[in-house]
Design a protein around this ligand. Structure first.
Ligand code: ZN
Length: 496
């Protein structure tokens, strides 16, 4: 049953969703197609769209429809109540921020991005430090405006993964660290540190292969595409999903696995209800759940023996030359190579979570006032050495490597690691209820797993917050143990 106020709400949310989808498309186009001298014009287009999006998201009519609906909640269905609840949360977050604050933050982010790029190129942290300091001030001010003044870091986390707190994450990460560090050291002792033997993979054949793989995993190319950009990403919602990748002849696995990763995001986006994409019923839960989808397809599925049992013959057909002297076992080891690196985005699956834990600890200390921005490089290097066993020689391979803080995106890094935990926990559950999954993969059939994720996760939209969803899907509260068990299994079999 619907009411006039509910219809008004839906119309407003639909306008907002359409505007946001155009913003996404402009952003995608900027990274994929934009001619070199058109950046200024694009910036103006984006600023105008941002103004329009803000105007629509903060429209008093929307607020009035929400207030009216909240006075008659009992007359609404459970789903309609979810829509109202989430729309209220978004609306309040928009209207609590004065326009001057929003534009000041946008201006500062733009300046800070350029300062970061230059500081990284020149390995000069000091010139960038004031920009992080200002971002920290703005983040605290924003938390204050939102009514989270006593817990600014929790607010930053909640923006990406509603329901999580720094305390909850710290507990999960401590348990993960305790299990992970000895495992990583044991594998490092056995793995050696040989450079990759995979070289000279023609780009056209790489493109053919990744297209075949991603289509077989279930990505719908009638409602999406993949193009080339500097950094891989996935953008869009169910009816039009844009993914990107990049190619290097001597790093064929980078392109392939980042494409499988983005396909995981794309499958989630395409799995959300098209009919409800303007409301919480057809929207994703949070960054960690999104990341759990991409990570499961990339790692648990894409790096498995069963997956390669099916795809290896075709891979050898396309890359007969460069694979001539590479045995099946060598190829599998390349796919699951463990090589310590200082750079997060180049990290293998075993080390990756330690990179995230390092960033989380630093953010916590910054927000608590236990660490001054000027002391960041030293704190980073010390902690990096303790966790990862290696020390940056300069800040470009240390504290300056990531773009996130230049945009004021604090509280974002934990999502990557939480996503890995959720992926492993979901994967455990999927294998329990669908014991034939690996036999499916060996035949090139991924539909049973995709259907399970559709049913258990995608179809639910944002009806349940992350922690509740994990319990619902797996029957257990979120825990790092399934991730540790998965890493021990996968890499123990190869290296230990
Ligand atoms: Zn991702």
């Amino acid at each position: 049953m619907t009411t006039p106020a509910y219809d008004r709400l839906l119309n407003q949310l639909k306008s907002l969703h359409l505007i946001q989808s155009v913003q996404g498309l402009l952003g995608w186009d900027e990274q994929v197609n934009l001619p070199p001298k058109s950046a200024g014009f694009r910036a103006e287009q984006m600023a105008e769209m941002a103004r329009l999006a803000h105007e629509t998201a903060s429209d008093p009519e929307l607020g009035a429809a929400l207030t009216e609906l909240e006075s008659q909640l009992d007359a609404l269905s459970a789903d309609q109540q979810v829509v109202v609840r989430e729309a209220r949360r978004d609306y309040d977050r928009v209207v609590r921020l004065p326009a001057e604050f929003v534009s000041a933050k946008a201006r500062h982010s733009s300046a800070a991005y350029h300062a970061w790029a230059q500081a990284r190129a020149e390995r000069d942290f000091a010139s960038y430090a004031p920009f992080i300091e200002r971002h920290l001030e703005l983040a605290k001010q924003e938390a204050e405006l939102q009514g989270w003044g006593d817990r600014p870091y929790d607010y930053a986390i909640d923006l990406h993964d509603p329901g999580f707190t720094a305390e909850r994450i710290a507990t999960l990460f401590a348990e993960l660290t305790a299990g992970l560090v000895p495992l990583v050291r044991a594998i490092e002792a056995k793995a050696g540190n040989e450079p990759s033997a995979l070289r000279g993979f023609p780009v056209d054949a790489q493109r053919t292969f990744l297209r075949e793989v991603t289509a077989r995993l279930g990505f719908d190319y009638e409602h999406g595409r993949i193009d080339v950009a500097l950094h891989p990403f996935c953008e869009g919602s169910g009816l039009d999903v844009r993914m990107t990748t990049r190619f290097h002849e001597d790093e064929p696995l980078d392109s392939l696995f980042s494409s499988i990763h983005e396909t995981g995001h794309g499958l989630y986006a395409q799995g959300l209800s098209a009919e409800h994409q303007a409301t919480a019923l057809g929207q994703y839960v949070g960054m960690a759940v999104h990341e759990s989808q991409s990570r499961m397809w990339e790692n648990q599925v894409g790096r498995s023996r069963a997956f390669w049992q099916f795809f290896e013959p075709r891979y050898r057909e396309l890359f007969a030359g460069p694979l001539t002297d590479i045995s099946s076992e060598q190829l599998y080891r390349e796919i699951n190579a463990v090589r310590p690196t200082l750079i997060r985005v180049d990290s293998d699956e075993v080390h990756y979570n330690l990179h995230i834990i390092l960033r989380f600890e630093i953010e916590q200390a910054l927000f608590a006032g236990d660490l001054a921005v000027r002391d960041l490089p030293a704190a980073w290097n010390d902690r990096c050495e303790a966790l990862l066993g290696c020390r940056p020689q300069h800040d470009a391979e240390g504290v300056l490597q990531d773009v996130h803080w230049s945009g004021g995106a604090f509280g974002y890094f934990p999502s990557y690691c939480l996503g890995n935990m959720i992926a492993a926990q979901n994967w455990d559950r999927a294998r329990q209820v669908l014991p034939e999954l690996e036999a499916d993969f060996a035949r090139g059939d991924f539909t049973r797993l995709l259907d399970w994720t559709r049913r258990e996760i995608h179809d639910l939209g944002n009806r349940h917050a992350t922690l509740a969803l994990v319990e619902r899907v797996t029957g257990q509260p979120l825990s790092p143990q399934p991730l540790l068990a998965y890493l021990r299994d996968r890499y123990g079999e190869i290296y230990l």
